[in-house]
Design a protein around this ligand. Structure first.
Ligand SMILES: Nc1ncnc2c1ncn2[C@@H]1O[C@H](COP(=O)(O)OP(=O)(O)O)[C@@H](O)[C@H]1O
Ligand SMILES: [Mg+2]
Length: 378
């Protein structure tokens, strides 16, 4: 138990932005070190993985490299910040939640997923420990794998996901986990944030430019115009499918950070495409995004187009109002970049004429917006 965690990036900004959170961070680290140290021989924490949602670390345990993901009573950092700001006694809340949920939804999702995906040559990191607050899993390493092999193996992804999409939650434990993970659906996040028509109130304080509000308002109207959509296929879905959760290591495609829940496969696809087109974090994800979009073509054609479009637009708004905003919050009030404005307008137009829109073409156009912006910057 020697080295201290080093925090960097967005993560430390968030942690340092609240003394409560700094204390929680310390408490989480202490817990990993003291209560798990005995069980694992020695748990050494080497570095902090930047994360806005969880307390995540790289380290060693059992003498092997591991990734350690911690929550505080199952509450994410974002949730904690929100609760702390409202004066909620998070410690008591966390204790109550620990009692009612002695395992982590992420660890359970990883375990179930490995059953389904194993047959399709897709790997899921092995969970070595899970006590609800602390999940220790094998570290798959950091090296990339080159484009060509990635391009070939990402094609395995869609048959594997189709197999997942044919399943449903069968046991009581599964039903509990999918209920908890339902909080993370695009629709649930959107409702929490914007409470349908309050989207302008939610964004006006943060985005100063009326041109930005026009983009948000246009999208809001287009999204509510597509309602109601009848859900015909409620199945097990990945729940947080995005390029940054595809790791290509030692010639094998692995998936991480699932939030299995019941929903529409259109949601998995929508999140994957919108993140590949414009917003994914992580170097791997950025360099692979074109291959990710390409590989999805056949599968997206089998899904209800209006629904995919609607989820894409909602997720885009969710992204813009968190990641984007949070990065800027420490400097000045946010503004959409010209590329993002174009994306917002494109999404709005596509929703309005959903029956005539090709989802793949739209995705390439959204992605081209970002690329043309990069050229300008360079
Ligand atoms: N088992 C793992 N092996 C290797 N890298 C990992 C592993 N788990 C996470 N990572 C790295 O950490 C990053 C964040 O992990 P993730 O599970 O997505 O956390 P978060 O809860 O912050 O989304 C990933 O993008 C990946 O680079
Ligand atoms: Mg993640």
């Amino acid at each position: 138990m020697s080295s201290a965690a080093t925090a960097d990036g967005d993560y430390s900004l968030l942690v340092r932005s609240s003394s409560h959170l700094a204390a929680l961070h310390g408490a989480v680290l202490d817990r990993v070190r003291t209560s798990l140290g005995a069980r694992f021989g020695e748990v050494e924490i080497i570095s902090t993985i930047p994360s806005v949602t969880d307390f995540a670390f790289r380290g060693t345990a059992y003498g092997r490299p591991v990734v350690i993901k911690c929550s505080y009573g199952g509450l994410s950092i974002a949730r904690l910040m929100h609760l702390v700001a409202r004066g909620v006694d998070v410690q008591r809340m966390a204790d109550e939640r620990r009692e009612s949920l002695p395992f982590s939804p992420e660890a359970m999702s990883l375990r179930w997923l490995s059953d389904v995906l194993g047959e399709h040559n897709i790997y899921v990191p092995q969970v070595l420990h899970d006590d609800g607050d602390v999940v220790i899993m094998e570290d798959l390493g950091v090296a990339g794998g080159g484009h060509q092999p990635f391009r070939e193996s990402v094609n395995n992804l869609w048959p594997a996901l189709s197999a997942l999409w044919r399943r449903t939650a069968r046991t009581d434990a599964m039903r509990r986990v999918v209920r908890i993970n339902a909080e993370k659906s695009i629709e649930a996040i959107f409702r929490r944030k914007f409470r349908s028509r309050d989207i302008l109130r939610a964004t006006r304080d943060d985005f100063a430019d009326p041109n930005d509000w026009a983009v948000f308002a246009g999208l809001r109207d287009a999204i509510s115009g597509t309602y109601p959509l009848v859900d015909t296929r409620i199945r097990l879905i990945y729940g947080d499918l995005k390029p940054e959760h595809l790791l290509f290591r030692r010639g094998t495609l692995s998936l991480i950070d699932p939030a299995l829940r019941l929903g529409s496969p259109a949601e998995d696809m929508a999140r994957f495409l919108i993140r590949a087109a414009c917003a994914s974090d992580g170097e791997d994800a950025r360099s692979y995004s074109a291959e990710c979009i390409e590989s999805a073509e056949k599968t997206v054609a089998e899904l209800p187009r209006r629904k995919v479009l609607r989820f894409m637009a909602m997720d885009w708004l969710n992204i813009i109002s968190t990641w984007h905003l949070r990065r800027r919050a420490y400097r000045a009030r946010a503004t959409l970049t010209p590329a993002e404005r174009r994306q917002g307008v494109l999404l709005q137009r596509s929703l309005l004429r959903a029956s005539a829109v090709d989802v793949m073409e739209l995705t390439w156009e959204l992605s081209a917006c970002m690329e043309s912006q990069e050229e300008k910057v360079e």
